[in-house]
Design a protein around this ligand. Structure first.
Ligand SMILES: Cc1cc2nc3c(=O)[nH]c(=O)nc-3n(C[C@H](O)[C@H](O)[C@H](O)COP(=O)(O)OP(=O)(O)OC[C@H]3O[C@@H](n4cnc5c(N)ncnc54)[C@H](O)[C@@H]3O)c2cc1C
Length: 359
């Protein structure tokens, strides 16, 4: 279908959608690490690229990042575009966005995916606005409309009971973000080969921001997303004191404390611990939901978690239909009992585990 772009939006006529090719994933790498959430986006990128019959391209922008190009290919990219420049050592959003926009104007990708990390949440809208393209944030899935070849950017709308399938048929590139841990990292294929293209972009651009100092994040600020054990509390805890109890349990299990939005909104716990649609998505092996009802917006954040253990006073609470183990009762009685039992187990050592296995 030929789109009359000038008629549709006379201010910003764009080229025809067919002129845009390949699926880009913005890869974050800094301080010697490649970010896992951006590698996770390669899973969605691969799915879209295969359905469109296009290439999957990793876009790596930063300083001393070239070494990660092969790693991106091993995780499924066909090509990697690298801009490695000392001027990119400090992350300034305007400069990084300028680099990516310059590349997008040159290569014309049909799709740009970014992880909804702090950087991704900042860069993706900036890029979308500069390119006058649409953006769908916090997608939970991606697909392709087979008849039109438009990408379907899928996410829960406001009330989260439905799924919205969003497409931007008249603008390119189609831009979407997804939060960390919604998708797995594609398996590493040691023998996989691909092309690495190096580009130079002028980065001597004044940013209104200036880096004044760096602050080391609290362990939990980075911890919830990576934790193997999370002990989360909700409004059912009734007060901030309830979280002290959860901290004791989390400590015994080498885990971290998480929370529902209601607990965060009540001011009982820090916002960075919120799990769910507007919080973080987690992939812990064990997830305790204590005094949490199990609303869809909370459960979306634990989709990738392993075993869910719920403690709730209400036998009818929806959380019990979504958990692997459920304990009905008042958390004020159950959690101290659990803590006591765990302490005993720790004192008894490995023998205690044998006892459990045989019962
Ligand atoms: C756009 C949008 C985005 C949202 N994003 C998020 C999000 O990211 N994360 C999120 O969590 N929510 C989110 N919400 C809110 C969500 O809809 C729910 O309101 C919220 O998750 C409920 O929190 P809760 O389970 O702690 O509280 P409640 O629903 O009030 O549940 C409290 C539970 O505690 C139990 N309880 C009470 N006393 C005890 C006791 N003594 N012992 C044990 N159990 C007890 C009760 O039986 C109840 O089941 C969002 C909502 C919207 C509209």
């Amino acid at each position: 279908m030929k789109v009359d772009c000038e008629k549709l939006c006379p201010e910003w006529p764009c080229e025809q959608p067919e002129e845009f090719k390949n699926v880009w994933v913005l890869i974050e790498a800094f301080e010697g690490f490649i970010s896992e959430p951006s590698l996770q986006m390669l899973t969605s990128g691969r799915k879209i690229a295969d359905k469109l019959g296009e290439k999957l391209v990793g876009v790596l922008v930063g300083y001393r990042v070239s070494g990660f190009a092969e790693e991106i290919i091993k995780h499924g990219a066909d090509e990697v575009i690298v801009v490695d420049d000392p001027g990119l050592e400090t992350y300034y959003p305007r400069v990084y966005a300028h680099v990516i926009v310059s590349l997008a104007r040159k290569y014309k990708p049909s799709v740009i995916l970014a992880p909804a990390t702090k950087r991704g949440r900042e860069l993706a809208p900036y890029i979308a606005n500069t390119l006058k393209a649409g953006i769908t944030a916090d997608c939970t899935d991606f697909d392709v409309d087979e008849s039109t070849k438009d990408v379907l950017l899928i996410r829960p709308p406001f009330a989260a009971i439905l799924l919205a399938f969003i497409k931007t048929p008249f603008r390119r590139p189609q831009i979407g973000t997804a939060r960390p841990n919604v998708f797995p990292i594609p398996p590493r294929d040691e023998g996989r080969k691909g092309e690495v293209m190096y580009e130079n972009v002028d980065v001597k651009l004044e940013d209104k921001m200036k880096l004044l100092s760096r602050k080391k994040l609290h362990r939990a600020e980075v911890g919830v997303e990576k934790a193997e054990v999370i002990v989360s509390g909700g409004r059912g805890l009734g007060s901030p004191e309830g979280f002290k109890l959860l901290e004791n349990l989390a400590e015994l299990l080498d885990g971290v404390v998480g929370a529902s939005r209601k607990a965060v909104d009540a001011g009982w716990i820090e916002e960075y611990r919120q799990i769910g649609q507007t919080g973080r998505a987690v992939k812990s092996i064990l997830y305790f939901a204590i005094g949490i009802s199990g609303a869809a917006q909370h459960m979306i954040g634990v989709r990738e978690a392993g075993r869910i253990i719920a403690v709730n006073i209400d036998p009818e609470a929806p959380i019990f239909t979504q958990s692997d183990y459920g304990i009905i009762g008042d958390y004020k009685e159950i959690i101290p009992a659990l803590i006591e039992e765990l302490k005993k187990l720790k004192e008894e050592g490995p023998k205690a585990l044998e006892k459990y296995k045989s019962t």
